[in-house]
Ligand binder design. Sequence first.
Ligand code: C5P
Length: 398
Amino acid sequence: MLGVAGGIAAYKSAELLRRFTESGHSVRVLPTAAALEFVGAATFEALSGQPVHTGVFHDVPAVPHVKLGQEADLVVVAPATADLLARAAQGRADDLLTAALLTARCPVLFAPAMHTEMWEHPATRANVELLRSRGAVVLEPASGRLTGKDTGPGRLPDPAEIAELARLLLERASALPRDLVGRRVVVSAGGTREALDPVRFLGNRSSGRQGYALARVAAQRGAHVTLVAGHTADLADPAAVDVVHVGSALQMREAMHAAVKGADAVVMAAAVADFRPVSLVGHKIKKGAGDPAPLVLTQNPDILIELVGARETGQVVVGFAAETGDDTGDPLHHGRQKLARKGVDLLVVNAVGDGLAFEVADNAGWLLGADGSETVLGSGSKALLASHLWDAVAARLS
Ligand code: C5P
């Protein structure tokens, strides 16, 4: 069920609907009367292939105000306005959407969008807390440009981000508890680029998706998140996350050392280049008559090992390892050795190849702990892997 409340961000719900239907879901759209002032019923009906009503007096024999909620696997309300959150918190049932919210027993995800003042008002804060205490997921909104010239928290998160978190709740209803409130976490993501000259670089295929999913899930679990991002597959900044964009491994190293001060947890999900050119040529290397001079490379520092060395008391440090098997052992064997060599508290081991890990949406592997623990991370979205990792981090922090 996709509920749409009456705010200007209602136009983005059409894209969200499209994402849900294209990934194979059957979606019933329940707009409020105010939502239809922004987007016409025909848009929702055409995109969902289902009728759209706002009141409880349509198709009465089918009892839609009861059935729609009961039959849903997931309810997403996007945008959720201040008024909609208030009505949901009060348990009102004065239109089809709020009535259906009362009969739904599946996970419910509210994606708020409103002006910063409305979001920060004590009435809205209390409604959000009440809804969360009853088990609903109320997303942290994004910050940025609002309807007018003003900026601040209150923007609807990117539809791609809402869709990813919605998928996560279908995979695992308990994936977004508010267990990281008051925690500060730092995540690195993406690949570094090592410049050869002003236009060329050595890079890698990392999309950044796993690190972005980690940052997103931590922020929605209440953490204060700094994301140090290298090059990614054109990913939008996650909502409610401070993002520091960097280029090279040395820049990432500097940004990480600055960000981890006072942090409760640090996760290195970035694909850091192991080597960089010894010297950066100040001008574009020209095509000459013969072969170019050989590239001379030097080793980059291992940021993760440095962070372990500088670890503050109680800080949980997590690394990632993409492994393939070889003559000396399987990916898990290499993972265990890497855990010891890096000195991390937790290591996520991904078996690479066969459409896994790089540049794809899904991920699988093992989570190894310095305490000898070993958990299988079954195949699922990168957000699902992130939710399992934050469970393990939260357990160590408490
Ligand atoms: O040794 P390997 O590159 O497989 O280790 C992967 C882990 O180490 C990842 O967590 C990665 O972010 C981190 N790393 C790093 N600095 C490097 C290379 C890898 O922090 N120069």
